[in-house]
Design a protein around this ligand. Structure first.
Ligand code: BG6
Length: 496
């Protein structure tokens, strides 16, 4: 669809930015906070870049007022942050830690003081270690009750101040990294366990959405999903089918459950055939169908390109390398190997020759952002809140003390322009949060890979003084907000 004129953003559009507790707060054991799985996992040698961890991070816990002041000076309309469960209930299910609640209440009050809409994420990957030890974390249904208790505390204490709530951040990412690829806690490699844990998270998501609607009837809640459109490598119908499979497996597997209350048929059947489908009890279906999100949070970084899998070779990054041949049908593989590779009969991932990549190999795909917004809106008919989008890059502090991150401005401008086109197409987008406001700890890439509008002066090993320095992109976004996106055009003018 080509539009000669793009529609303007709605007057109340939520121009925001986002973060997550473990990546910014530090103060990992202060004021009664219990350890989370990330406090433990990041201490395993070799798991993170240069063994970085969030013990201090950017010390937002002590400097939140300074950070909020910078947000206010920028004119930010919304700030998305997450609550660390183990600050509120240190062992995940027992005593409530008032000091933890106070911290978030103070943060919310500070935001409201400047007219910044708080957007609260309940779970950004940091389940209390005690629940991991006692129940095996998300693999046990016991944890659903613990999660409800924690959420109830927040709904009751902050429900009158916070309107927008996110249940789970990127369930697709933390379950895959944690239970399949051994790159996040709990450091497991077993797809059957991944699908089981994922199902428990789905149930927890549904339970807290229902609970929220009872306790905070005027609030709005939804999950934040890491969405990537799936492209066929060619116009060969076999590749189109592969892309449909890829979409089913990578996106609908979660979004259908959130919005329609059931798993997509084809992927579910495939998993059952391989003996790796989750255990779905009769009451589960009723619960999943009963929970209705008010909006969908979409995090967009990149999509993927796929082709028909002729079973000649395993997918890229397959951690169990083995050779396939056309005469070696998939279903003849030993059960264990089938179950480790559920995608193999469905699609095969390839690189996209039309897209450039970031320094970390992530495809840069602004048009894919528009496609993503349209696909999600057409399929689920819910307002969309873009809860993350941004560029991870190596930023240099110049001798004159500035950070000239024009590449980030280009990236954000291109994506916001496509969002404006999606809006003109007819998608209802209520807000946009860049990732991230300040620089922060990248889970696996330390402080080398930076995303913020505000530079934080520290390295992996040297905490320095953690000085906050607004980058060039800070002033650019300030202007975008001031003009409600009117300056988002194909021509970039940087104001300082
Ligand atoms: C998203 C997460 O997946 O991507 C964020 O919600 C994360 O927490 C962001 O930081 C960027 O990932 P990375 O690996 O580049 O730091």
């Amino acid at each position: 669809m080509y539009h000669q004129n793009l529609e303007e953003f709605p007057e109340n559009f939520l121009w925001g930015s986002a973060s997550a507790a473990y990546q910014i707060e530090g103060a990992f054991d202060e004021d009664g906070k219990g350890p989370s799985v990330w406090d433990t996992f990041s201490k395993i040698p070799g798991k993170t870049f240069e063994n970085t961890n969030g013990d201090i991070a950017i010390d937002h816990y002590h400097r939140y007022k300074e950070d909020v002041r910078l947000m206010a000076e920028m004119g930010l309309k919304a700030y998305r942050f997450s609550v660390a469960w183990s600050r509120i209930i240190p062992d995940g299910e027992g005593e409530i830690n008032e000091a933890g609640i106070d911290f978030y209440e103070n943060l919310v009050d500070e935001l409201l003081l400047y007219g910044i809409e708080p957007v609260l994420t309940l779970y950004h990957w940091d389940i209390p270690q005690a629940l991991q030890d006692k129940y095996n974390g998300w693999e046990s249904r016991e944890v659903i009750g613990s999660f409800k208790k924690y959420c109830k505390v927040l709904f009751e204490r902050l429900g009158n101040k916070v309107k927008y709530w996110v249940t789970f951040n990127e369930q697709n990412v933390f379950t895959a990294m944690g239970y399949r690829w051994e790159t996040h806690p709990p450091n497991v490699s077993d797809v059957k366990r991944m699908f089981e844990a994922n199902h428990v998270v789905n149930l927890a998501n549904a339970e807290v959405i229902n609970l929220f609607h009872k306790i905070v009837p005027k609030g709005l809640i939804g999950p934040s999903f890491g969405y990537g459109p799936m492209y066929p490598a060619t116009s060969n119908p076999a590749d189109i089918l592969a892309a449909e499979n890829g979409n089913d497996f990578n996106n609908s597997w979660w979004l259908d459950v959130y919005c329609k209350g059931r798993y997509p048929v084809f992927t579910l059947k495939q998993l059952k055939k391989n003996g790796i489908a989750p255990t779905i009890l009769p009451d589960d279906e009723e619960l999943l169908a009963s929970a209705k999100p008010d909006f969908l949070g979409i995090n967009f970084y990149h999509g993927g390109t796929v082709q028909e899998n002729k079973l000649e070779k395993p997918i890229e990054n397959q951690h169990k390398e083995r050779a396939f041949s056309a005469t070696d049908p998939y279903l003849m593989q030993p059960k264990e190997e089938q179950s480790q590779s559920p995608e193999i009969p469905m699609f095969h991932s390839v690189s996209n020759p039309y897209l450039e990549k970031t320094n970390w190999g992530w495809e840069i795909d602004p048009v894919g952002f528009r496609i993503a917004l349209r696909e999600v809106y057409a399929r689920y008919d819910l307002p969309i809140f873009v809860t993350e989008n941004g560029l991870g890059a190596i930023d240099e502090l110049t001798e004159s003390g500035t950070i000239e991150d024009d590449y980030r401005i280009d990236y954000l401008n291109a994506h916001i322009l496509e969002m404006k086109k999606a809006l003109t197409d007819g998608v209802e987008v209520i807000g946009y949060c860049s990732w991230s406001f300040t620089d922060l700890l990248s889970w696996l890439n330390g402080y080398k890979k930076r995303y913020g509008f505000v530079y934080v002066d520290r390295t992996e090993q040297d905490v320095k003084d953690l000085q906050r320095i607004p980058k060039k992109s800070y002033y650019w976004y300030k202007n975008i907000i001031e003009t409600n996106g009117k300056n988002i055009t194909n021509k970039i003018e940087v104001l300082k």
